[in-house]
Design a protein. Structure first.
Length: 226
């Protein structure tokens, strides 16, 4: 099932949650292939299954059935501990709410990502990444002293510090105004073009999805070509 040109392969993915006495079918046989170096947007409304897909691709949740191959590793075969290690080594996360620790500076928030993953020092070109993200002069500030756009760019730097194979972005502009939303989306697009970073972005916003190379839609737990 593996394909050398693909970094993500999803086949007949199903996820069922038990809520009280009711089974909730969040994913109902989803199929998806993402090429290396691609910027893909998955667009869908609330309740469509896109967040469940995000969590499974990132190793944050296990599928009920189906195959999920991320950079050559079938997540179906992994234990919880192995999924955690895969997540640390291969996936960078960018969330809607930034998830920066308010008592730490921007630099310390980035450093913590490496400390938690027990990684060696930052990659040699990380200063270039900080310059590219336009936050190098802001690293000594705590989140409350940063704009929303700056906080999200710090979150992107934190996601990149361990050199992930895949960057997963979950509604990355959901807390931003139009100007900052555009700036962050331009950063993601330019990062993809600059370094061929694979990016998968979950969004409900067609304007955000337009920044990606390709868009697919998800409805009722099934993925469709846009």
């Amino acid at each position: 099932m593996t394909d050398g040109n693909s970094i993500i392969q999803v086949h007949e993915l199903r996820k069922t949650y038990r809520v009280g006495e009711v089974d909730v079918h969040a994913l109902r046989g989803a199929n998806l292939t993402v090429s290396r170096g691609e910027f893909l947007a998955v667009i869908g409304p609330s309740g469509s299954g896109k967040s469940t897909l995000f969590h499974i691709l990132g190793g944050l949740a296990a599928p009920t059935s189906g195959d999920v191959i991320v950079d050559g590793t079938n997540l179906r075969d992994l234990t919880d501990i192995e999924r955690t290690k895969m997540r640390q080594r291969k996936v960078g996360f960018v969330f809607q709410k930034y998830n920066l620790l308010p008592t730490l500076t921007a630099a310390d928030n980035i450093e913590m990502a490496q400390a938690l993953a027990d990684y060696p020092p930052k990659p040699s070109d990380f200063d270039e990444i900080l310059t590219f993200l336009k936050i190098k002069s802001r690293l000594g500030h705590k989140p409350r002293a940063l704009s929303g756009g700056e906080q999200q760019r710090v979150a992107i730097a934190r996601a990149l510090v361990n050199e992930p194979s895949i960057l997963l972005a979950d509604e990355p502009t959901g807390n931003l105004d139009t100007e900052n939303s555009t700036a962050v989306l331009e950063v993601l697009r330019d990062l993809n073009k600059r370094s061929r970073q694979t990016i998968l972005m979950i969004t409900h916003n067609p304007e955000a999805a337009a920044f990606a190379d390709r868009t697919v839609s998800i409805r009722d737990g099934v993925i469709y070509a846009a």
